[in-house]
Design a protein around this ligand. Sequence first.
Ligand code: ADP
Ligand code: MG
Length: 240
Amino acid sequence: MIELKHVSKWYGSFQVLNDCTTHVEKGEVVVVCGPSGSGKSTLIKTINGLEPFQQGEIVVDGMSVGDRKTNLPMLRARIGMVFQGFELFPHLSVQKNLTLAQVKVLGRHEEEAMHKTRTYLDRVGLLAHQDKFPGQLSGGQQQRVAIARALCMDPIAMLFDEPTSALDPEMINEVLDVMVGLAQEGMTMMVVTHEMGFARKVAHRVVFMDQGRIIDDCSKEEFFDHPRSERAREFLAKIL
Ligand code: ADP
Ligand code: MG
């Protein structure tokens, strides 16, 4: 579903991604971890074309992201992206936040969009809050709205960039529970997170990054039980 081949990216003379090769199969959950500044956010943003890259190739569902002929806005609409900071429109109700892109980008009829909106708000347990504004919700609730918004677009895959790291501890689980549910239903997911409990529970593979490179890319069993690189061992010792 997602394939990165020898992807490199520079900011000026600083190389932020160094020859990154990995893949996410359909229905697979890949957790990406590594120290701050190692390039995790950049890597995940190159997949839906939010960040250009200079070398290598990225193919999503048969479409080459770097190819100028690819319809990037349409590809992006089909890849759900959930960030650390929710990124909801503060001046729109929860319901409007969910229907907007369905109508504007996918061209759905209002009625069908409303149906999807209710389905997914219910799914994340927030149907009763549909007329509120994001600022009236807790961080955990806002992040669940952001996930529901992505799901309304019928994504072929979901990308998460540290979705729980801006949340108070008591709200982390309500968001992780929604993500675990998605994983168990077979959603294709790439998740940047340091929540190793989540990784142990649902990840198929773990990608470990350091200084722009993919240092380890292996099954979660191998990553947790016998990490190959010294740097992954040091990293795990610090966060576990
Ligand atoms: P991570 O998500 O693993 O913390 P990032 O992908 O955000 O890492 O950043 C990787 C490196 O790239 C960091 O050293 C960061 O300072 C640098 N970086 C990120 N965005 C930019 C930018 N727009 N311009 C220059 N350097 C950047
Ligand atoms: Mg980051």
